[in-house]
Design a protein around this ligand. Structure first.
Ligand code: COA
Length: 254
C-alpha cells in the first residue's frame, strides 16, 4: 500500500498521507509523491483544488526522523526541499484537513495552505529547537507575522504545542469541527472552491501570495542553516534519543 494516496473526486485532487503506523511521518518517497501530485494538479485543467489530509489518528508527525539521521531530508536536491518549493508555489488552491498530531512540517505547511479545517483533536507543535534544528517552510517569517514575535518565540524557540481552538483564534485555521465531521467539512469547502470560476480563484490566490514577503528567499535561508543543524551533534543526540524512546541529554553542549 502506498504511503501517499491520491484520489480525484470531481475536480478536487485529494492527497492523503497514509502511513498511520508511523503517525504519517513523511519519508523522501512520500515527499516525492506529493510533489508529483501538486505538479499534476497545476498542469491538469480538470483539477481545480487540492485537498490534503492524513489517515489514522494523525495529520502528520512531520519529517521522518530516521530520514533526518540519514540526512537525506536536508540535502540540497532532496525531496523535502522539492516539497517546500512545490508547496509554496502551488498555483491551485490548497485546502488542508487536520486531525490529531500536526508536528514540524505538519504545522509549518499549513501556513501555505489557503484554507485549513481542523478537527477538535488537532494538536500543533514545531519542536525544531528540541531536535537541534531550526524552522523550515519559511515558518520563521510567516509565524511571527501571523501571531506576533513573542507568541512565535513560544512556538518556535520553546516548541510550545497548541490546540485547534488556539490555532483558530490565531488565524492559522478557518474552522474547527468534530473529528467525525472533518472530511465532510473539508470536502464541502474544497467543492465550494472548485465550483467558482477557476481563473479568478487562481489569480486571487496569486495576488494574495504576492502580498507576502520573500517566502522563497526565507525557505532557502532556513534550509542553508537547517542543513548544518541536521548534521550537528545536538541533532544527532535528539534523533537517537527519539528512536531509543528516551529523553535527550543536551547538558554536554555549549
Ligand atoms: N519519524 C519517525 N518515526 C516516527 C515519527 C517521526 N517523525 N513520528 C512517529 N514515529 C513512529 C514512532 O517511532 C513509533 O514507531 P514504532 O511503533 O516503530 O516504535 C510510531 O511512529 C508510533 O509513534 P509513538 O511515538 O509510539 O506514538 P505516540 O502516540 O506515543 O506519539 C507522536 C505520537 C506523533 C506525538 C510522537 O510519535 C512524536 O512526537 N513523534 C515525533 C515528532 C517529531 O519530532 N517530528 C519531527 C518534527 S521536525
Amino acid at each position: 500500500m502506498s504511503h501517499v494516496l491520491i484520489a480525484q473526486a470531481g475536480s478536487v485532487l485529494e492527497v492523503i498521507f497514509n502511513r498511520p503506523e508511523k503517525k504519517n511521518a513523511l519519508t523522501a518517497a512520500m515527499y516525492g509523491a506529493v510533489v508529483d501530485a501538486f505538479r499534476r494538479a497545476d498542469e491538469d485543467p480538470g483539477i481545480r483544488v487540492v485537498l490534503v489530509s492524513g489517515t489514522g489518528d494523525s495529520f502528520t508527525s512531520g519529517n521522518d526522523i530516521t530520514d533526518f539521521q540519514a540526512r537525506s531530508a536536508a540535502d540540497e536536491a532532496s525531496p523535502a526541499a522539492a516539497f517546500l518549493d512545490a508547496l509554496s508555489s502551488l498555483a491551485k488552491p490548497l485546502v488542508a484537513a487536520v486531525n490529531g498530531a500536526a508536528i514540524g512540517v505538519g504545522t509549518t505547511m499549513l501556513a501555505h495552505a489557503d484554507l485549513v479545517i481542523a478537527a477538535r483533536s488537532a494538536r500543533f507543535v514545531m519542536p525544531f529547537t528540541s531536535l537541534g534544528l531550526v524552522p523550515e517552510a519559511a515558518s520563521s517569517l510567516l509565524f511571527p507575522a501571523l501571531v506576533g514575535h513573542q507568541r512565535a518565540s513560544a512556538l518556535l524557540l520553546l516548541g510550545d504545542p497548541f490546540d485547534a481552538e488556539t490555532a483558530h483564534r490565531w488565524g492559522l485555521v478557518n474552522q474547527v469541527v468534530a473529528d467525525a465531521e472533518l472530511m465532510t467539512a473539508a470536502r464541502a469547502v474544497a467543492t465550494r472552491l472548485a465550483a467558482l470560476p477557476p481563473a479568478a480563484v487562481r489569480q486571487t490566490k496569486d495576488l494574495m501570495k504576492h502580498g507576502r514577503p520573500n517566502v522563497a528567499g526565507r525557505i532557502e535561508q532556513e534550509m542553508a542553516v537547517f542543513r548544518e543543524r541536521v548534521r550537528s551533534p545536538e541533532a544527532a543526540e535528539a534523533f537517537q534519543a527519539f528512536l531509543e524512546k528516551r529523553k535527550p541529554d543536551f547538558s554536554g553542549f555549549s
